[in-house]
Design a protein around this ligand. Structure first.
Ligand code: ATP
Ligand code: MG
Length: 206
């Protein structure tokens, strides 16, 4: 009998990616390398339900296109449209369940899933949809962010802490720079910058 294929070590990096930037690229690369992941999926949130009431979010199709451009520079990283195809609010637990189900449907073992988050996100985990179930399904991977050091433990979660290059940048900062008419060239992959320019995203509307 052929040996059972070993489960894939799959990183799941969810985000609004409005826009994706070099901090996301560095975080994914650090996780691929330090945890020996086979693949990292950049999962683009369809409706980031905790953000949409607070600010206008760029259409999902543009955010997906920018993520596709960003991952081209990272071997073993892919853009995932799974939450766009599902529609509605984006619940990570449903994404993780769906990724396991699709591996099973293809006759592969359930992947071992690593949920990658920046350290700023930890405080909000208890507010996530079906957080306790999610904690059973994944290993939480916390990537340190400047001002948000990695914790030693997160109660209820299996934890790995990854020390990335700690890039002090965020999508908010990129949006603010562009809205002020300045360049974000140093903060985003070149292909993302080209997309932003071509589609006139984030410019001040007059
Ligand atoms: P915003 O400023 O709009 O919140 P963001 O830069 O935090 O944007 P998100 O799309 O919200 O980007 O982030 C997706 C994931 O990537 C989150 O888990 C976030 O913590 C993580 N992340 C974002 N920027 C960095 C960074 N510079 N280093 C490590 N992780 C990051
Ligand atoms: Mg954020």
């Amino acid at each position: 009998m052929p040996a059972e294929p070993r489960p894939e070590r799959l990183g799941v990096l969810g985000g609004t990616f409005d826009p994706p930037h070099l901090g996301h690229v560095a975080a994914a690369s650090a996780c691929l390398e330090q945890l020996g992941l086979d693949r990292v999926l950049f999962v683009v949130a369809n409706d980031p339900w905790q953000k949409t009431p607070v600010r206008d979010v760029t259409p999902a199709a543009d955010r997906l296109a920018m993520v596709e451009a960003a991952v081209r520079s990272i071997p073993r990283a892919e853009a995932s449209r799974i939450e766009l195809d599902r529609g509605g609010p984006s619940y990570t637990v449903e994404t993780v369940e769906a990724l396991a189900a699709s591996a099973r449907a293809a006759g592969r073992p359930d992947p071992e899933q690593f949920l990658i988050v920046g350290a700023d996100v930890i405080g909000s985990l208890p507010t996530w949809h079906r957080a306790a179930r999610l904690a059973e399904l994944v290993t939480l991977v916390v990537v340190r962010r400047p001002g948000a050091p990695g914790p030693n433990r997160v109660p209820g979660w299996r934890l790995e802490v990854v020390a990335g290059p700690e890039l002090d940048l965020s999508s908010s900062e990129v949006r603010e720079l562009l809205a002020a008419g300045r360049s974000a060239r140093a903060l985003v992959p070149e292909a993302v910058e080209r997309y932003i320019e071509a589609h006139n995203l984030y410019a001040v509307r007059r």
